[in-house]
Design a protein around this ligand. Sequence first.
Ligand SMILES: Cc1cc2nc3c(=O)[nH]c(=O)nc-3n(C[C@H](O)[C@H](O)[C@H](O)COP(=O)(O)OP(=O)(O)OC[C@H]3O[C@@H](n4cnc5c(N)ncnc54)[C@H](O)[C@@H]3O)c2cc1C
Length: 399
Amino acid sequence: MIDFSLSDTQTRIVGTARDFGRGVLEPAELAVDRMPAEQAFSSAEYHRAMSGAFELGFNRMTLPEQVGGLGLDPQTVGLVWEELARHGVGFAASLVAGSVVPALIMFLAPQNRRLVEKYVVPFCEDASGTKITGWGSSEPQIGSDGKNYDDLRVHHATTATLCGDSYLLSGAKSAFVSNGGVAWALAVFACVDATRGLRGSGLFVIDGAAPGVTRGRAEDRLGLRALNQAAISFDDAALPGDQMIFAPSEAYPVLHHSIMTVGNLATGYLAVGLMRAAYEEALAYARERVQWGQPIIKHQLVAKKLFEIQAAIESCRALLWKGSWHAKTSFPGDMKTSVTAKILATRLAVKHTAEMVQILGGYGITKDYKLEKYMRDAHLLTIMDGTNDTLMVALMNHG
Ligand SMILES: Cc1cc2nc3c(=O)[nH]c(=O)nc-3n(C[C@H](O)[C@H](O)[C@H](O)COP(=O)(O)OP(=O)(O)OC[C@H]3O[C@@H](n4cnc5c(N)ncnc54)[C@H](O)[C@@H]3O)c2cc1C
């Protein structure tokens, strides 16, 4: 029998996320949304929100307790992502991507004590919110092609060349690396053997401030403005040989699918949190706003729009919980469920956040209300972790 009830622990953790979301994340998210990108990531609001999130452990939820993580199960983690995204989807997106380096080390190289001590333990101990991490796969010429495993012409242009005991990284990642401009450490896909297409790529961990690494300026974007995104470039950046945590191999698609399975599930939860924000704000407005002598919620088309978004929230959440159940029973989970849930939830978030703007009429498009921001944020989720179009193609070919 499937159980939808929450444990006392889950209820408590979600309550903590809600209080933090309302009290700290939401005001910071709204402030950062209005700042020019070049100011946002050095602002007091940004740092207060990130340090608060790290203090409460929202950066290390999935990491095991023996290295300082919280060791939470995938469903609890999903509940928290929804709650944080309800109040600050940009910050939530940053935190989702932010644990990628320690998570990949614990997944691919947990026996490498040096890397665990260097990257995982300090990440878990950090209360300043500055040890955020990121991962770079997409490049200017290989954006959506990152899932094209079988065309040998497609390979990362960023190269890793063995030089004695070290690798030298050279090249550039696209402007869309999440946390790219602020990352303390990065996981980078780079080509070691171009004759093998993407199967010739390895995965490397490198310090964000290492010599030869340049972090670009923050992109000024439509939405998710509390998420830093920037290009990274490498100019013969040297790293010890054991910082290659995945060597070129036939298993490349399996690794990429694992990352997609975990990442898409989290993005789906962000979309549900965002839809909830839009729904709750529009519902409150529709109950209060009186036109033609009655609250606008009494108008059938307004009620229908509200019904449809709450139906979308419930059905997407149910699919995401199934995805979390898969992740709990056999990590990293089921790619088909995760990707389907992400595509569905993000697509519906675009549709319904726009409908919620409409419920507020002229006021919906003003900055006095939050609805226009939710609509802007939603669009980015359809591109994050692979564009929905390319995810559909990948799923039908490899899922
Ligand atoms: C919020 C956000 C966070 C991100 N975070 C990261 C990150 O942390 N690390 C990282 O490496 N990348 C990240 N990305 C990049 C992202 O994952 C996309 O893969 C990438 O932006 C797409 O590449 P592109 O912009 O060059 O588009 P292109 O590849 O040029 O695609 C342009 C259009 O063509 C379509 N298209 C291209 N190929 C196909 C195809 N074969 N079939 C059907 N349609 C196709 C695409 O769907 C798209 O609509 C992020 C992007 C966003 C928006």
